[in-house]
Design a binder for this molecule. Structure first.
Ligand SMILES: [Zn+2]
Length: 240
């Protein structure tokens, strides 16, 4: 009887110690969470936009290739490359389609609806940063070289500088610097997140057009943009 009482006391004491240790650990972890919360940055989510698609091919190259096809190829390579680094971007389109509503019938209606839906998809993505891929053309075929544009805002500008700098590896003679996106670009005017638009090159320049059509060069472009995105993670976001 006496033995049993001691056993009971010992079990009670052990239970008390275990409960209080678990309680302390719980309080400690809550406290750590509170302390760390203010410095924890929200996870950035990369949204990749392959410009145009479907009936809207965008600019057409010297040999008749629509930019929508090249834009998509670069975006798909970017997606694959970033996947190796554990980055899972949101792709606004991953096939040759326009993102218009079924109710849109004319080409104009489809284009407007497509842009509305792209804006809605970007805005619905939390902590989004947009990289939009396009190809350039100009009446004078001498023009060549990638150029990066950015939405007004320090985060967009910082990313644009990194992408432009990264692309210089493919064409060291390209002295272009990132420029602000004109207000007339509907998509960029109606979104609120950091965003850059990459004009990868000129489809109107014979040499560049040939390169832009090749899978190898598209991979190099994707590598440059992916590298810039990964480097941008090292820069703290602008305040406010
Ligand atoms: Zn375009």
């Amino acid at each position: 009887m006496k033995n049993w009482s001691w056993k009971k006391i010992f079990i009670c004491a052990l239970a008390f110690v275990l409960c209080s240790t678990a309680g302390s650990l719980f309080l400690l972890s809550r406290r750590a969470e509170e302390i760390l919360a203010p410095v924890r940055l929200p996870e950035r989510r990369l949204v990749l936009d392959a410009g145009h698609g479907g009936e809207d091919g965008g600019a057409v190259s010297r040999t008749g290739v629509p930019e929508s096809v090249i834009n998509l190829a670069v975006v798909q390579k970017l997606d694959q490359l970033l996947g190796f680094y554990g980055v899972a971007p949101v792709l606004l389109r991953d096939s040759d389609v326009s993102l218009h509503d079924p109710s849109a019938s004319t080409l104009r209606e489809k284009k407007v609806s497509d842009l509305h839906n792209r804006v809605a998809a970007i805005e619905a993505t939390e902590n989004a940063t947009l990289i939009s891929i396009h190809q350039n053309t100009f009446p004078d075929p001498a023009y060549h070289g990638a150029q990066v544009f950015f939405r007004p805002g320090e985060d967009s500008r910082a990313l644009a500088l990194l992408v432009q700098d990264s692309l210089r590896a493919l064409d060291p003679a390209n002295k272009r610097i990132p420029a602000k996106i004109p207000d007339t670009v509907y998509l960029m005017k109606h979104i609120t997140c950091p965003a850059v638009l990459v004009e990868c090159g000129f489809l109107s320049n014979a040499g560049e057009e040939e390169r832009l059509r090749s899978g190898g060069y598209q991979t190099k472009l994707a590598l440059c943009v992916a590298g810039a995105w990964l480097r941008s993670g090292e820069i703290p976001p602008a305040a406010g």
